[in-house]
Design a protein around this ligand. Structure first.
Ligand code: V47
Length: 376
């Protein structure tokens, strides 16, 4: 292993090559190493062992049915109060109409996560899912973060398991991974004091998995958390995945620092650096050995870095999206949408094999290199 410059990485590299699990201390060594090319190489080894050259993406649509929210997370620039000019709030019929307006042939996934609206009755939510499935039977609805599910449990006075069961019966296909932020109490108290607690977030995903529903997990990084707290977050996810196997993907969300109180109060108006984004993805790929995918989220780290991330452990780059508001409200400079052809090109130009998937990760189409590219 002549390519290793950091002696601390030698036993870790041996474990990765042997497919053995890393300890917490080893995870931290990966975060702290300055031998970034070795980190990249190890993460890529793990990614290629799982997926070869394949990189997955989905033809998708994003919809936030309301931005009205009473929770007050300090990192959020998306939420509005009722009555504010920039607030919106769709009825189930409006949601169907919005989807119809933005629909493009071939879209398979509708990803919806929104504010915690103070007044909508419980029935609004299953009705919305039901109407959507009625109008677009082919569309897989991936919606409601664990934080939203807890909110629905409160307004309906039903246990979270029952809320999930009824949404699934209405047609919910999968759950997105939002609302996880950072599990560590010290951070959570400062960034998401009124939101679902870490244990409850994990419990809701455990329950969704028990119903056969697959979910994702996110981690919001690049604000006030330490590297130990990032790894602790991943550790808790790894434990749950050992128990249920129900997670599809882990998605690090790079803090977007504009227009939110966390940035204003701490003067933390810098975006995360490209190197931090890459090492974070690589550590995740190596530490979360039981997660099928680590996602590079182009909306928050940009398309160019997402392309680079395909050498750093990333096997999924989310989707075409159509319109995104949460990251863009907080300063994201990426486009609002990508075309399917654009995503294929992005993956191919990085020397990888694009695979169109659906929300369940069924492979729909593989895009081998064109003859011109193959001859290049
Ligand atoms: O829950 C809010 C985060 C999440 C900011 O499951 C912010 O496939 C950074 O969950 N800077 C919503 N992050 C997005 C989300 C997601 C994204 C992509 C794929 C998937 C998936 C899920 O965005 C929120 C919150 O954690 N967020 N504000 C901000 N200023």
């Amino acid at each position: 292993m002549k390519w290793l410059r950091d002696p601390q990485l030698v036993p870790i590299a041996q474990k990765v090559e042997a497919g053995e699990r890393l300890t917490f201390a080893e995870g931290l060594s990966l975060y702290h190493t300055r031998d970034l090319s070795a980190l990249m190489r190890l993460a890529n080894l793990q990614k290629e062992r799982l997926h070869g050259d394949k990189v997955y993406f989905v033809h998708s649509m994003r919809l936030e049915f309301t931005n009205i929210c009473y929770v007050g997370c300090t990192f959020c620039a998306f939420a509005a109060r009722k009555g504010e000019e920039r607030a919106w709030d769709y009825s189930p019929d409006d949601v169907v109409e919005q989807v119809r307006r933005r629909y493009l042939p071939g879209i398979t996934e509708l990803h919806m996560s929104s504010g915690h609206h103070p007044n909508h009755p419980w029935e609004y939510y299953p009705q919305m899912v039901h109407r959507l499935r009625e109008a677009f039977p082919e569309l897989q609805v991936k919606a409601f973060t664990a934080a939203e599910i807890e909110h629905l449990s409160k307004i309906s006075k039903k246990p979270t398991l029952e809320v999930l069961r009824e949404l699934q019966a209405a047609g919910l296909s999968a759950m997105p991974g939002g609302g996880a932020e950072i599990f560590a109490d010290r951070v959570r108290r400062q960034v998401a004091k009124n939101k679902v607690k870490a244990e409850k977030w994990l419990q809701i995903h455990r329950e969704a998995h028990s119903l056969g529903m697959r979910t994702n997990a996110t981690m919001l990084y690049g604000h006030i958390e330490t590297l130990e707290e990032r790894l602790d977050h991943m550790h808790r996810l790894r434990d749950l995945q050992d128990e249920t196997g129900g997670f599809h993907a882990f998605i690090p969300l790079a803090f977007q620092p504009l227009g939110n109180t966390l940035a204003q109060n701490l003067g933390k108006t810098d975006f995360t650096t490209g190197l931090d984004d890459l090492r974070n993805l690589a550590v995740a790929r190596l530490y979360l050995d039981n997660f099928p995918h680590v996602k590079g989220y182009w909306v928050m780290i940009g398309s160019e870095l997402t392309q680079v991330s395909l050498d750093w452990g990333v096997s999924d780059i989310d989707g075409t999206i159509q319109e995104e508001h949460i990251a863009h409200a907080a300063g994201a400079t990426s486009p609002m949408a990508l075309s399917q052809a654009g995503m294929v090109k992005m993956i191919r130009r990085a020397g990888r094999l694009p695979v169109l998937r659906d929300a369940y990760y069924n492979e729909l189409e593989v895009f081998p290199p064109t003859p011109a590219e193959a001859a290049d």
